[in-house]
Design a protein around this ligand. Structure first.
Ligand code: 13P
Length: 266
């Protein structure tokens, strides 16, 4: 028997390597002024600035009680050690970070992040009681060859195999087709739904129906205020991972407003 589950949408802004700490201060303050209680009554919002901005953002969010969860874009899979240039998940947890992107396609493609390292990093994030946003997605070539589901399935299996269902239930998976990232060539809502449903079904096969029904699945790739509502109207799209359109507070808030649910029950 399947349990009734309501998934609270999560709208995340991945700033990538944009906004220094002064710009972060202005952007987070602007977001805090614009987000009204009704905007966040049924939707969670996270921002993922560069590491050098996190302390500034944390101070502002905590001092002013802003309804924004702090996120990071990546971390190392070790707590400490001789890993020059890396940032530890323990350090992020100490800063009040709640969500960490793991295995973003830019990390996989530009920094050779393997499926094994994605899995180890996921576990490190979970160990420090933060929530991973595990990013998966196919390239244009894979899609053209009809291998989208094969690719998504392999990425999910490598990342999630062996995790306890109750842990997976608290996680987020982001479906980000590589060809849609930063191109303006957004997936159609139907294609996004198909992939998000496939992800949920594969997670159910890996760890069980109950965890899969609770897991939040985001879509990311050229999301903007005009297309956000279309994705969010789909039953298996539980949130959005927004790049370029999250850099400006007013635009990001428009996306948050366009994402008002639509309670999801399965
Ligand atoms: P864009 O919204 O700029 O396409 O980026 C998507 C993304 O990679 C978010 O992680």
């Amino acid at each position: 028997m399947q349990m009734a589950v309501t998934r609270r949408p999560l709208i995340s802004g991945n700033w990538k390597m944009h906004h220094d700490h002064i710009e972060a201060l202005h952007t987070v303050r602007d977001l805090g002024l614009r987000l009204k209680p009704e905007d966040v009554a049924r939707v969670d919002v996270s921002v993922h600035p560069p590491f050098t901005d996190l302390r500034t953002a944390q101070t502002l969010v905590e001092a002013e009680g802003l309804p924004i969860a702090l996120g990071a874009q990546h971390c190392n899979d070790h707590d400490r050690g001789a890993y020059t240039g890396e940032v530890s998940p323990q350090m992020l947890a100490r800063l009040g970070v709640r969500y960490v992107l793991v295995g973003h396609s830019e990390r996989r493609q530009l920094f050779a992040m393997s499926d094994e390292l994605v899995a180890a990093t996921l576990r490190a994030v979970i160990k420090h009681e933060m929530r991973p946003i595990c990013c998966v997605g196919e390239t244009e070539e894979e899609r053209g060859a009809g291998r989208t589901e094969e690719r998504l399935g392999a990425q999910l299996e490598a990342a999630l195999a062996g995790l306890a269902p109750e842990v997976v239930a608290t996680m987020v998976v982001a479906y980000e087709p590589v060809w849609a990232i930063g191109t303006g060539n957004a997936a159609t809502a139907v294609d996004a739904e198909d992939a998000c449903l496939f992800i949920r079904q594969r997670v159910a096969a890996l760890v069980g129906e109950e965890a899969a029904a609770a897991l939040r699945v985001q879509y990311g790739g050229s999301v903007n205020p005009a297309n956000a509502a279309d994705y969010m109207a789909e039953p298996d799209v539980d949130g959005l991972l927004v790049g370029g359109a999250s850099l400006d507070a007013a635009t990001f808030v428009e996306i948050v407003r366009a994402s008002q649910p639509v309670a999801r029950r399965h």
